[in-house]
Design a protein around this ligand. Structure first.
Ligand code: MN
Length: 705
């Protein structure tokens, strides 16, 4: 067979400028990746798509100054190399920005490349420009489009995911406030979506990139610590796995053992939520055993056989065995997880997977296609999830942000498994209640649900289900939802159905008391209903000032906004939800009075606003200050004589900080202390906590506000 590349790279097609050589070379690399894959070799159409896109984007440049066409080439390369997709998706990736950014239309694409490629390009076009437009309603509409396109051809979302990944990899050349907006959306929508689709590698990379731009300092610190500890970690892991290697060899396994490091973002999240230092995160240590297997019937048995190797000579953590081989996660993930005690008393997480399981874990549903023919006809768990999304779309929320939160609940949750009385298995997000289960089975069952019965015991609607529960739903014809029900459930589907019901019932306000009784609305609920509606419609930036009051001069959103704590009449204010201090990573939103509302970058409320109100974002930095801020820290330790004096001495003498309040409680040997004081910067508080940890017996010291 002749070399399939050469006929398409004739000098006539390629220019001679140095820039053009770079473009042609990078396309050649793309083709080489494609030819190295298992796909049929449809080089011709890919070449045609490249020429078409190159011509269409001619003269256009990215913000970095590069020729624009390098972006679609890079996206196509992610599509083939990291998502394992074939020629249709590669062409769509090459053409993905043509309709959006050039004069060519969908019809032009269809005429040249057929309707399938045109459909994907159109789908990607509809959802680009950021999922989030400037107004919340636009944003929800775009999001709805994304989910709809996903339920027709998942390749639309996969190409979009590749596009986002490349944009995140090259985010450095964007303006800072754009960086925040794009990083925010990535954390809010794309990373959870990647997780849902089982694209774990891409999920971790997206999270790490977003983290790097949002908290550059913390990102660097964690990466440094990970690098510093690498040698030691390798030694520990090697010592841990060497007896396992021997057992695997003796049993005739062909395998690969990988030592895995937790991602920077997961380490950061764990440090923040558990308020522990880097050194205490035990699952920084992780090992993956991937074994070759050509007989599907033996896959499960082999996993458990390898499991037994770890039980010999290692202490296993009794609560950390996860069998996702027998019951896969909803995103298709399968593996056996265990945690064993390694050298130096370090817990090490072990993941046991066949090669196939590993590829599915890394590539998600893209890999399923590799193993199954015509998987689109297959009723997979993902299809079930998408059907849920379709149902939510059919009953959309009136408020855009609310709608996003509703969907997000479904994106983030991990699953529990429960059974009906007949033994049917249902997958629900963890945290689901009896009411959620009722709605998951059927809307009518949900709307009339009274209680549940688990192993002969009656439980209320709000009872949280555990994996393995066998649940009977008890209904009554006279039962109907009240606003309080929204708090009784966890799933987007149930909440959405209850809201739809309540909205219909909302007209109760103009009905007579008799009519109210007739539709069964209890009097006490009416006021509650109205306040609920108000809450749904509230705009987080609506002005608190009365009409006629002075508005500040417009704020230039493209410039860094400086926060001067000494300013007597500042045109910014620090939000109370996260109480930022000088030195914290912060960002601002310009409100309707052209004032800057300041949040910590890590504040969950800011995270939500960031993706919804990206156009109001302004990058903020702290200026110099001489005044002080109130801060509170929490200290935990083992009680001993004189410890309190030492704490007070450190704070008030060594640090010269005046303590404003102090609250101490002791239970048996353990004491807890909350202390408030005025301080100049967040850095001082961090230094103080660091020093407190050096006092004998102190186990924990961290700023709480
Ligand atoms: Mn693009």
């Amino acid at each position: 067979m002749p070399d399939p590349i050469s006929p398409f790279l004739l000098p006539s097609a390629a220019g001679t400028s140095p820039e053009d050589k770079i473009v042609e070379a990078s396309f050649r690399e793309l083709l080489e990746c494609y030819l190295a894959s298992n796909h049929r070799k449809k080089v011709e159409v890919i070449e045609k798509a490249f020429r078409f896109a190159k011509e269409a984007h001619k003269g256009a440049r990215r913000r970095s100054g590069e020729p624009y066409i390098l972006h679609p080439i890079a996206v196509a390369r992610i599509v083939v190399e990291e998502l394992g997709l074939g020629s249709t998706s590669i062409c769509a990736a090459l053409l993905h920005d043509v309709v959006e950014d050039t004069d060519y239309t969908r019809d032009d694409i269809e005429r040249n490349f057929g309707s399938r490629i045109a459909d994907i390009v159109e789908g990607v076009t509809k959802i680009s420009g950021g999922i989030f437009g400037d107004k919340a309603s636009v944003q929800a509409e775009n999001f709805r489009k994304l989910l709809l396109s996903m339920s027709t051809d998942i390749r639309v979302v996969l190409v979009k995911m590749a596009d986002r990944l490349h944009n995140m990899r090259t985010l450095g050349s964007m303006r800072p406030e754009k960086q925040f907006k794009i990083a925010g959306e990535t954390l809010y929508v794309y990373a959870p979506l990647a997780h849902r689709l089982g694209l774990s590698k891409i999920k971790y990379e997206l999270e790490d990139l977003a983290f790097k731009y949002e908290h550059p300092q913390k990102y660097r610190e964690i990466i440094e610590k990970v690098n510093e500890t690498e040698e030691h970690r390798k030694a520990i892991v090697e010592q841990f796995v060497s007896p396992i290697r021997k057992m695997l060899d003796d049993a005739g396994f062909k395998y690969e053992i990988k030592a895995r490091v937790k991602s920077a973002y997961s380490i950061y999240k764990k440090m923040e939520t558990k308020k522990i230092p880097f050194e205490e995160i035990y699952d920084v240590y992780a090992v993956r055993v991937i074994f070759e297997n050509d007989d599907d019937a033996l896959e499960k048995i082999k996993c458990w056989q390898i499991y037994t190797f770890f039980t010999e000579g290692h202490r296993l953590h009794p609560e950390r065995l996860r069998d996702w081989v027998s019951v896969p996660k909803a995103n298709g993930y399968r593996a056996l997880h265990l945690t064993a005690m390694g050298p130096e008393g370090k817990w090490i997480e072990v993941q046991i997977r066949s090669r196939k399981m590993d590829e599915i874990a890394e590539l998600g549903y893209a890999a399923h296609w590799k193993y199954k023919d015509g998987v689109s006809e297959d009723e997979t768990e993902l299809d079930t999830w998408m059907n849920t999304i379709k149902e939510i779309l059919a009953h959309p929320e009136p408020n855009a942000l609310d709608f996003l939160d509703t969907i997000k609940l479904n994106l983030f949750s991990s699953e529990i498994y429960v059974f009906t009385p007949k033994g049917d298995l249902l997958t629900l997000p963890s945290g689901s209640t009896v009411l959620d289960m009722a709605f998951a089975i059927h809307s009518q069952l949900g709307l009339h649900c009274m209680a549940g019965k688990i192993s002969h015991k009656l439980v209320p609607l709000s009872h949280q289900l555990q994996s393995g529960d066998q649940v009977e739903i008890i209904t009554s014809n006279t039962q109907s939802p009240t606003p309080a029900w929204i708090d009784y459930c966890h799933t987007a589907k149930a909440k959405s159905r209850i809201r739809t019901y309540l909205r219909k019932a909302e007209n109760v306000d103009i009905l007579s008391p008799e009519e109210l009784d007739q539709i069964g609305a209890p009097a006490g609920d009416r006021e509650e209903k109205k306040s609920l509606v108000r809450k749904l419609l509230r705009n987080p930036f609506s002005s608190k000032k009365k009409r006629g009051e002075r508005r500040s001069a417009p704020i230039d959103r493209k410039k860094v906004f400086m926060l001067y704590p000494d300013d007597k009449e500042p045109n910014y204010h620090l939000e109370s939800c996260c109480s930022p201090l000088p030195g914290d990573d912060v960002l601002g939103f310009v409100n309707e009075d052209e004032e800057v509302v300041v949040h910590k970058v890590s504040c969950p409320i800011a995270m939500r606003l960031k993706s919804a109100y990206g156009s109001r974002l302004v990058v903020t930095k702290w200026g110099a200050s001489s005044s002080n801020f109130m801060s509170t820290i929490a200290i935990d330790g083992l009680d001993r004589h004189g410890i309190l004096e030492e704490i007070v001495d450190l704070v008030s003498h060594k640090f010269g900080i005046d303590i404003r309040s102090m609250n101490i409680s002791t239970r048996q040997e353990v004491f807890h202390c909350d202390m408030s004081f005025h301080v100049d910067t967040a850095e001082t508080v961090d230094n103080l906590c660091e020093s407190l940890l050096h006092l004998k017996g102190i186990k924990f010291a961290k700023r709480t506000s």
